[in-house]
Ligand binder design. Structure first.
Ligand code: ADP
Length: 365
């Protein structure tokens, strides 16, 4: 029996079929509503056909949901009440939750009665202390959920799980983890639990990203809104900033290849701010024992890894340049006080594992 893992974006659907912890097939359908399938239901049907897994073998569907708000802090079965809560969180994550809701509705339409589960990118950070999540804003704003949540949690939970293979006798106590892809963030993890994240109320905060600026003085946002209006500002901050704005592309490979001063500055900015936020997260942990890199850039870009670690050398992290150039799993030099690892992203399997756990809690297996 298979579990269908569904990752719905605004214009794409990624699918993976899992049998236990083994991924048996994957598929991706792009350009929903712009030349490809007209909607998420059609895209899902196409994707499932690509998977070539007989529909009768699909036992349940599990959706990646970006925002679970303060309430949804672990993977759970989607009931009408849970769906309503996810919809309510869409006001906090207007760009991120609606595609997941479209995916959930599409599965319900295609396979009425199929059990559906939701796994949340915010959930791993539910362990953050109040001092880390609270904005110093008036009580009324805090009461309606304006706080830091943190994202990329499924990726970080997978890192903690996979680090256990590197350390059978116990994962290092204080782990600074970088998820560096189009979206980029960093997370402070103590004893396997998130204590702080570079992302906040939304996935806009923190590191310089592919098309998002990372941390800004709120007065900049006020200025932009006054000048350009809300909608255009949201578009600029989500799609028109970051590496793309500084260097001309959100693809770091293109920036390395371009070799223009703007492209080099964009890469330098990305690495500098990754290190600045990383060091701040180390303060939240009182130090650091190991650093991990994941995501398209974290796993593949030795130049960025090396640049970020150079900024963090004062913490006692010494990289083995040859291991880094070869993209080996362990990157620390023998003299390094801090271990450094590449840990491949493994979010889909994390969703499958958490969903299997939720099903067994509910007696579904
Ligand atoms: P997303 O956050 O959309 O899942 P990815 O994790 O795929 O994105 O990361 C995208 C980024 O990773 C891009 O900047 C891309 O250039 C970079 N990247 C992907 N593969 C490589 C590679 N082999 N070498 C260097 N950079 C890479």
């Amino acid at each position: 029996m298979m579990l269908l893992v569904v990752n719905s974006g605004s214009s794409s659907v990624k699918l993976a079929a899992f049998e236990g912890t083994q991924q048996r097939a994957q598929a991706q359908v792009d350009r929903i509503g712009s030349g490809g399938p007209p909607d998420h239901a059609e895209a899902l049907a196409l994707g499932v056909a690509q998977l070539a897994v007989p529909a009768r073998q699909i036992r349940a569907a599990a959706h990646r949901v970006v925002h679970g708000g303060a309430e949804l802090t672990r993977t759970c079965r989607i009931t009408p009440a849970i769906e309503q809560t996810i919809a309510a969180c869409a006001t906090l994550a207007p760009l991120h939750n609606p595609p997941a809701l479209a995916g959930i509705a599409a599965v319900a339409r295609l396979w009425p009665g199929l059990p559906q589960y939701a796994a949340f990118d915010t959930a791993f950070h539910a362990s953050n202390p109040d001092v880390a999540t609270t904005y110093a804003l008036p009580a009324a704003e805090r009461a309606r959920g304006v706080r830091r949540y943190g994202f990329h949690g499924l990726s970080y939970a997978a890192i903690v799980r996979n680090m256990q293979h590197c350390y059978p006798n116990g994962v290092p106590k204080r782990l600074l983890s970088f998820h560096l892809g189009n979206g980029a963030s960093s997370c402070a993890i103590v004893d396997g639990h998130s204590v702080a994240s570079s992302m906040g109320f939304s996935p806009l905060d923190g590191l310089t990203m592919g098309t998002r600026p990372g941390g800004l003085d709120p007065a900049v946002v006020l200025d932009l809104v006054a000048r350009h209006g809300l909608e255009q500002t949201a578009q600029m901050l989500n799609r028109g900033s970051g590496l793309k704005a500084l260097g001309g592309s959100n693809d770091i490979r293109a920036l390395h290849a371009a070799r223009t001063p703007e492209a080099e500055f964009a890469i330098a900015h990305f690495c500098y701010w990754a290190a600045r936020h990383g060091a701040s997260l180390c303060a939240a942990m009182g130090g650091v024992d190991a650093i991990t890199f994941t995501g398209g850039i974290g796993e593949n870009d030795g130049i960025c890894r090396s640049n970020i670690l150079n900024h963090l050398a004062f913490l006692g992290a010494v990289m083995d340049g040859d291991a880094n150039a070869r993209g080996e799993k362990a990157l620390h030099a023998a003299t390094s006080r801090v271990a450094v690892w590449i840990v491949p992203a493994d979010e889909e399997r994390q969703i499958a594992i958490e969903t299997a756990a939720a099903m067994s809690r509910e007696g579904q297996t």
